[in-house]
Design a binder for this molecule. Structure first.
Ligand code: GAL
Length: 672
């Protein structure tokens, strides 16, 4: 990543001085406190459009110039936002078409944010004008280190899309380009079903619950279009900024955010960043939350196979969940260092200072309404700032290097939850996460890639619930296994092609997997079932596939019902590699045992010489000369780990070996 390399780990966050321009004493105090908290980077201007262009065509950038300059003179760098995250009244009022229309056909009123229409030419032009002003004026300022396009694009609290007539027309144009003729489209979408054949392009409308939402091909293409149309808008912003500035460009993503295919998005940006808000202290323990946060960081890192920025996180609470718990002592440092451990080169917050009014006035911030630096949160942040400063020279330049990849694919996400099949409450993400978590528990870094990514750099590829195969995917898996790769997949995979048409005749990877899928079941209630694997029984907790083998070896089988004895886990040797098929969604211990087995066979695992209990995990960041280990205890009590070799704590300089105790929510950083 090209940002912040000579500054170190970035520490700071969203700063909204535009809310305080008439309080110079507060702005001066901000600088003093930022220095005290070791803040070296802020994001500016995210929602400042009405301050930057108070009237159409009348710009006022001087205040921003003063702020950027003042920050810079105090050693604080700026990531400058384009302000399209929220529209000023004059814009939304004067030009109705910039406001989105919902799937019900009703245009939204003025207000809130993340809600411009990406097809509106007026919106694009007004955006170009303000972006140009910003980029011309600040694109070469030594205090500005990067660009932050808009904010949490698509996060409109609905389906992320606009359904206005401009968007409908753009959708039709997009479809014409994709299919060439209505005949091809009708075939691809299987529109003869229920007499829904299109005879004119104008008949095609976006997916809507008031109209058509049962043509799966339409649903899928609408989602693809909505993601790419939004991206098209952002690409215009990127182009404008790039014409005046050579600085790297990002936008703050939201990890597993369903409306936008981030694998497509990340290609357009110079580096990736995301906003991280785990729900700490919510469950019986912290482990599921921690595993989910690790999965999100790993996804974002994998988008460009390099370190990234955590652009937002809260220093204390959020205010948008039903109940918003404070971070318990230790959790602020642990959750921040977890981001670094997983590949982030920053700990940035939302927000620096609490606003005085409106809906985020009680959202956590480094600086509260009262008490300045004399708060627990400020002290936590300042302490972390010290630690990050010390860690920077070692950390910057390193990254996680996984040998295992998990497939997570947006298009598959959209398709699999729309399948209308055996389980209509099926959710891709929780099942995917259940395949991630055991690796996390074992301290094994995994990358998260989609079906278009390169498989060949990995030793093991795990592909849960790959219902829809993207073009060329089956061929790439075949060649990966042929050349020695280990491929693990599950039932409800390889069902449909990329227009959601079911494969006929056979599973596209039948030869590689050595099995023939027949039926699916959801065994619960009186049909409860379990599988036996390595002499242990595991409960089935979700869908299960009934298959027979065609060359594969059976490693586990169902225990009850009419399919007792049917294969539940198979292994097929193919070329130089092997392919496993897990037929049922089982309780977590099953995957723990299975992963242990395949990791052992492949000679992979946690690369640190250490043993640790459940709730402690390890991430490794390295470069050719350094290897750093982040040992993190997510347990609510102390935990003992055993170092089987000598390691040096890079913060204290202590040499450590043998049994050591990690306090609750403690993270230590070691090197060999
Ligand atoms: C993010 C958003 C920020 C702020 C924050 C509160 O989604 O980008 O502007 O609203 O949430 O947690």
């Amino acid at each position: 990543m090209q940002i912040g390399n000579n500054i170190g780990i970035l520490h700071g966050g969203d700063y909204n001085p535009d809310q305080w321009l008439d309080c110079p004493e507060i702005l001066a105090e901000d600088i003093r406190l930022m220095k005290k908290a070791k803040v070296n980077c802020v994001s500016l201007g995210i929602f400042a459009w009405s301050r930057l262009e108070p009237e159409e065509g009348k710009y006022d950038l001087d205040w921003l110039a003063d702020i950027i300059q003042n920050l810079y003179e105090n050693g604080i760098y700026t990531i400058l936002a384009t302000p399209t995250g929220a529209m000023p009244h004059w814009l939304a009022d004067r030009y109705e078409e910039v406001r989105q229309v919902g799937e019900d056909g009703i245009r939204y009123d003025i207000g809130k944010r993340h809600n411009y229409c990406p097809s509106s030419l007026i919106m694009r032009e007004k955006t170009r004008q303000i972006d140009q002003k910003l980029a011309e004026r600040f694109g070469r300022h030594p205090g500005v280190i990067g660009w932050h396009i808009s904010n949490e694009i698509g996060n409109n609290g609905r389906d992320g899309a606009c359904h206005c007539s401009n968007c409908q027309n753009a959708f039709r144009t997009w479809l014409k380009e994709k299919y060439g003729s209505l005949d091809c489209l009708n075939k691809a979408w299987w529109t003869s079903f229920w007499s829904h054949t299109y005879t004119d392009w104008s008949q095609i409308r976006s997916t809507s619950s008031r109209g058509e939402d049962l043509l799966h091909g339409l649903n899928l293409d609408w989602k693809r279009f909505a993601s790419s149309q939004q991206l098209d808008f952002s690409k215009e912003e990127i182009r404008t900024v790039r014409s005046y500035s050579a600085l790297p460009i990002t936008t703050n993503l939201m990890a597993f955010f369903r409306p936008l295919d981030y694998f497509q998005w990340s290609k357009e940006f110079d580096f990736v960043s995301w906003d991280c808000y785990p729900d700490w202290h919510s469950g019986a323990d912290e482990l599921q939350t921690a595993a989910e946060a690790a999965a999100s960081h790993s996804l974002v890192r994998s988008l460009k196979s390099e370190s990234f920025l955590m652009m937002e996180s809260t220093p204390s609470i959020v205010n948008w969940r039903d109940k918003n718990r404070l971070k318990r002592p230790g959790m602020h440092a642990l959750s921040s260092l977890q981001a670094i451990a997983c590949g982030s080169d920053s700990v940035q917050y939302f927000q620096w200072r609490k606003s005085r009014g409106s809906s985020e006035k009680y959202h956590g911030a480094v600086v509260d309404h009262k008490n300045g630096e004399n708060t627990r949160v400020f002290r936590d942040v300042a302490q972390l700032g010290e630690r990050l400063e010390q860690l920077s020279p070692k950390v910057i330049g390193t990254c996680n290097q996984a040998q295992i990849a998990l497939i997570f694919d947006w298009e598959n996400w959209w398709a699999v939850e729309d399948a209308k099949a055996i389980d209509n409450s099926i959710q891709y993400f929780p099942i995917f996460l259940s395949y991630f978590r055991p690796f996390w528990e074992m301290g094994v870094d995994v990358d998260i890639i989609d079906m278009t990514c390169d498989l060949d750099k990995y030793e093991i590829v795990v592909a849960p619930l790959n219902y829809m195969y993207r073009k060329g995917y089956a061929e790439r898996v075949r060649s990966f296994v042929e050349q020695g790769g280990c491929y693990v997949t599950t039932s409800w995979s390889g069902e449909v092609n990329d227009t959601d048409l079911v494969y006929l005749d056979r599973h596209p990877l039948e030869d590689v997997l050595g099995i023939v899928p027949e039926e699916m079941d959801v065994p619960d209630g009186y049909c409860e079932n379990c599988v036996e694997y390595q002499d242990k029984k595991y409960r089935i907790e979700g869908i299960c596939g009934l298959v027979h083998t065609k060359g594969a070896e059976v490693l586990a089988s169902y225990q009850h019902d009419f399919y007792a004895g049917y294969p539940a886990l198979t292994k097929n040797v193919y070329g130089k590699g092997e392919a496993y098929y897990i037929a049922s969604v089982n309780e977590a211990d099953f995957l723990r045992a299975f992963y242990r087995e395949i990791l052992q066979r492949k000679g992979l695992g946690c690369r640190m010489q250490i043993t640790f209990p459940m709730g402690v995990t390890v991430n490794e960041r390295k470069d050719p000369n350094r290897q750093l280990w982040f040992v993190q205890n997510f347990n609510r009590e102390a935990a003992e780990v055993e170092l089987l070799a000598c390691y040096r704590n890079i913060e204290t300089g202590e040499q450590l070996k043998g049994k050591i105790t990690l306090q609750s929510f403690e993270c230590i950083v070691l090197e060999k």
